[in-house]
Design a protein around this ligand. Structure first.
Ligand code: LRH
Ligand code: MN
Length: 430
């Protein structure tokens, strides 16, 4: 029998911490009330917010140099779903997960959908993969996929994406995320305009096969693995493609896919304005696509992104229903702990943005009161909303302190017994 963390342990640990929690919740409630804010409204909004877990982030991640698997590594998608269920059981913010194919390939997707349902989980966007060659694959993606100079390779890549849509339909997903590594390492290696034509030619064939209620998420990335040019390198290329393809095509913002110091919150604002914001791959970074834990390097930037999202909600922006997903690589932490912490930091940024006094901010902006406006905005970020996040978890049956309960449960050690170590690849992100 596979070990599950008993809800009784959560209840015991919550009871131990309840008095202190109620005191802090009361203090925050009074602080927000002095600002004319109702903490119960924030608690309700937080309880209704969810961010998807990347199935590829549940196992230990790595880099091109090495990957150091930990104990109790998930052996496949069924183990990954079990771990996703623990993240949601304790942190109550991740009711969905985003699968990646063929990494999560199984013979029976109906069985997979049922297993997820039994664990209280659903599937968000499915991710295709034409950035690696699979064993037995007829044509290589070494020189590209959807934009390869050889039409047969492009056709192979298109077919893989159609297969992912078919799988996604069986899983109840409503979107396909397409990130391609296509690009070049030398000036002259590819015609920068021709490859964009091939991108549109290929993605329009995928777009044509989208079910009516599906979306196509186009994910841009500045560089890596291509180091001279990347076909969909920025939001401009992504938006041009989305607008050329049709209304179901949207632009996905992975926070790590931009040059250092790029104003990502303004990109978000522009994509919202265009009605083309697909959603997010949340993570954090200091240099490149570091895939570090969300909120662990630049929490203020994450807050500023949510400030644009809450502003759009207030403005009832058209065509606004972004998908919130994490996309991280956990190379030195227990992935379950990192994903619980990161989901909590994403919800924190949302709650902080919710308590910004938007009327006062608009006033200060109208009066060009630069510092006044900044202080009003920053007050949201500087307010410790931890008590309302904890209360939303507690009311949802989760843990006041998810990581403390997880460590107390001994879940990882139990999984190490249940899951014999698999000979993992010595390097690579998964
Ligand atoms: C590319 C990316 C993409 C995934 C991959 C695992 O860097 O962000 O979203 O397919 O990571
Ligand atoms: Mn991503």
């Amino acid at each position: 029998m596979s070990y599950r963390i008993p809800d009784s342990l959560i209840a015991e640990e919550n009871a131990r911490a309840l008095a202190a929690h109620e005191d802090e919740y009361g203090a925050l409630s009074r602080k927000l009330a002095r600002r004319g804010l109702d903490i119960e409204a924030i608690a309700a909004a937080v309880a209704g917010f969810g961010v998807a877990v990347p199935t590829w982030g549940v196992g230990t991640g790595g880099t091109r140099f090495a990957r150091f698997p930990g104990p109790g590594e998930p052996r496949g998608i069924f183990d990954k779903l079990e771990d996703c269920a623990v993240i949601n059981q304790l942190a109550r913010a991740t009711p969905t997960c985003s699968p990646h194919f063929p990494w999560d390939k199984v013979s029976d997707y109906k069985e997979l959908a049922e297993r997820a349902r039994a664990l209280g989980l659903a599937f968000d966007a499915v991710n295709s993969n034409t950035f690696q060659d699979q064993s037995g694959q007829p044509l290589s993606y070494k020189f590209g996929s959807l934009t390869h100079a050889d039409r047969d390779v492009r056709a192979q890549a298109v077919q893989h994406n159609l297969d992912c849509i078919e799988i996604g339909e069986k899983l109840g997903s409503k979107a396909l995320t397409v990130w391609i590594a296509d690009g070049s390492n030398f000036a002259g290696q590819s015609n920068l305009n021709q490859v964009f034509d091939w991108y549109l030619e290929s993605t329009s064939q995928i777009y044509a096969r989208l079910p009516a209620d599906w979306r196509l998420f186009l994910e841009h990335k500045l560089y890596e693995p291509a180091f001279y040019s990347t076909v969909i390198s920025d939001w401009g290329s992504s938006l041009m493609a989305a607008q050329a393809l049709g209304p179901k095509a949207r632009c996905l913002v992975d926070l790590g896919h931009h040059a250092p110091n790029v104003n990502i919150e303004q990109i978000v604002s522009r994509l919202i304005r265009a009605g083309r914001l697909a959603g997010f791959h949340f993570n954090d970074s200091k240099y490149g696509d570091d895939d570090l834990d969300a909120g662990s390097v630049e929490p203020f930037r994450l807050f500023l992104v949510f400030n644009e999202l809450v502003d759009a909600i207030h403005a009832q922006a058209a065509d606004f229903d972004p998908a919130y997903m994490l996309d991280q690589s956990h190379n030195v932490t227990d992935p379950i702990e990192s994903l619980m912490q990161s989901a909590t930091e994403v919800v924190r940024a949302y709650a902080q943005a919710l308590i910004v006094d938007r009327a006062a901010l608009a006033d200060a902006q109208r009066q060009s009161d630069a510092l006044g406006a900044h202080r009003i905005l920053k007050q949201g970020f500087l307010t410790d909303v931890s008590p309302v996040l904890a209360e939303a978890r507690r009311r949802g049956g989760g843990a006041l302190d998810p990581i403390a309960v997880y460590r107390k449960s001994g879940y990882r050690a139990r999984k190490a017994e249940e899951r014999p170590a698999v000979a993992g690849s010595s390097s690579g992100i998964v």
